[in-house]
Design a protein around this ligand. Structure first.
Ligand SMILES: Nc1ncnc2c1ncn2[C@@H]1O[C@H](COP(=O)(O)OP(=O)(O)OP(=O)(O)O)[C@@H](O)[C@H]1O
Length: 455
């Protein structure tokens, strides 16, 4: 990431010099403006991430300038600097879109904290925008993930979506996103204008399941007062998603096999075979081969379903996707519940990365949702995380996963180096000189690495 650029707008030169000194020491690029027109010119000609604006700019109206700055760059974050007694104006500034305000005189550490928070927010917003743009795949529901093993899944999703007749079997632990992937395949295929019908094969009582799936004719059984179309018919031209296929009742397995072979369905009590044109996507978190072995799943059905196998990795094997997803959910629920979460504290990040996530993405999503309901922010702290995450030891050195190997030596080493730099900076309370002593490297080298890793 490039060095962030901060603009200080103040008519008092000693304030500008002070801010310049503190923030450039921390590795930021700092620009200075003593009045509104200089500020607007600098915002127009530079990629400014954050502006520190003194509202008392001599005869100029600071609030007007705030509006003009936001107009020139709507993504610009503005922190207001206000003198004693003018807090009300600062509140007006917040209403006009300023990020926060700071009272004069302020301490160097307070400045550092507020600037860091603002820039973290900026980054989070950028990430979410990027994710929305990529729609991760251009879908209405984002299928998020950047780890090599998940990228492979996304490639397979794109490939299989192009073949609208291919049957897919999605496997993976509970909560890994099997239904979301099934929806993605449908939305990216030529069938997208037609229905996507999801059926949970484990939740419908077996006696009802047949008539749910195949429909029935009037009078087919007691209580069948009228004709009913089944879900296969409803999914005609679209996609049927058969979740928890491993729990499907044996007699229905035979009927499903027939649908896959003949591409027709017969309603219960009916005598006609009705043609259906659809894609079947089945999913399971069970080991189907083992079920075949013990005789509860038909082998011939397994081969009919397993035309394109797609395996979803558990969250614990997806490395930093955990943080990507956590930040996405944090931003989403924070907005939904009117909270002010702006980021995750590094220690909490480590806890999220170390936990094995038996409930996968669903568990992560639920935890973050709960935090956004119960807590306030601005940072997600270790104390917000539930006991199960505290009981799990934070990994000091990352163990070697398949993902590490797929990333290759250079990226894995860089990730490790970044972790060390972050830990040293934390231990040194952000002081670069102290951190460089901890790491036993020259200060310039540390700055270079911080810039390289966007710290
Ligand atoms: N890649 C992803 N990006 C964003 N959200 C995701 C992703 N994968 C899953 N989710 C979210 O996680 C939750 C669980 O996903 P989903 O229901 O698709 O999992 P599943 O594997 O089908 O679960 P089960 O086996 O229990 O049926 C959902 O809220 C879903 O929106």
């Amino acid at each position: 990431m490039l060095t962030e650029t901060i603009l200080i707008i103040d008519d008092e030169s000693f304030i500008r010099e002070n801010v310049q000194r503190i923030l450039s020491e921390d590795g930021y690029r700092v620009l200075e403006a003593s009045n509104g027109s200089e500020a607007l010119e600098l915002v127009g000609s530079n990629e400014v991430d954050l502006a520190l604006l003194d509202l008392n700019l001599g005869p100029e109206n600071g609030l007007d300038l705030l509006g003009a700055l936001k107009e020139a760059n709507p993504d610009l974050l503005v922190i207001i600097i206000t003198g004693y007694g003018s807090v009300e104006t600062a509140v007006d500034a917040l209403k006009l879109g300023a990020f926060d305000y700071m009272k004069k005189p302020f301490k160097a550490d307070a400045l550092r904290v507020i600037v860091k928070l603002a820039l973290q927010t900026q980054e989070l917003k950028r990430e979410v925008r990027g994710l929305r743009r990529s729609g991760a795949l251009g879908l209405d529901v984002p299928l998020l993930g950047e780890s090599p093993c998940f990228r492979q899944v996304l490639d397979q999703v794109r490939e299989v979506a192009r073949i609208p007749t291919a049957t897919v079997l999605i496997t993976g632990e509970s909560g890994t996103g099997k239904e979301l992937v099934a929806r993605a395949i449908h939305s990216l295929s030529d069938r997208k204008e037609h229905p996507f019908v999801a059926v949970n094969c484990a939740s419908i009582p077996t006696e009802l399941m047949e008539s749910e799936l195949f429909g029935h004719e009037k009078g087919a059984f007691t209580g069948a007062a009228s004709r009913k179309t089944g879900l296969f018919e409803e999914a005609h031209n679209g996609t049927i998603f058969l979740d928890e296929i491993g729990d499907m009742y044996a007699s229905l397995q035979a009927k499903l096999l027939r649908v896959l072979q003949e591409r027709t369905v017969r309603r219960v009590g009916g005598s006609k075979d009705l043609p259906v044109d659809l894609r079947v996507i089945a999913a399971t978190n069970r080991d189907l081969r083992q079920r075949i072995h013990i005789g509860t799943f038909r082998e011939d059905l397994f081969y009919r379903l397993n035309v394109v196998p797609l395996h979803l990795p558990p969250l614990r094997e997806r490395g930093t996707d955990i943080l990507l997803l956590a930040k996405y959910f944090l931003s989403h629920f924070s907005q939904a519940f009117g909270k002010s979460f702006k980021g995750i504290e590094p220690a909490a990040e480590q806890m999220l990365l170390s936990y094995p996530w038996p409930g996968n993405i669903r568990e992560l999503r639920n935890i973050i949702e709960r935090i956004c309901i119960m807590a306030h922010g601005p940072l997600l702290l270790p104390s917000h995380l539930p006991p199960e995450l505290h009981q799990h030891p934070v990994r000091q050195t990352s163990s070697i996963t398949d993902d590490n190997l797929l990333q290759g030596l250079e990226i894995s080493v860089a990730n490790y180096e970044k972790q060390l730099v972050v830990s040293a900076l934390e231990r040194a309370d952000g002081n670069v000189v102290k951190a460089s002593l901890i790491l036993k490297i020259p200060r310039g080298t540390l700055r270079y690495k911080m810039e390289k890793y966007g710290l």
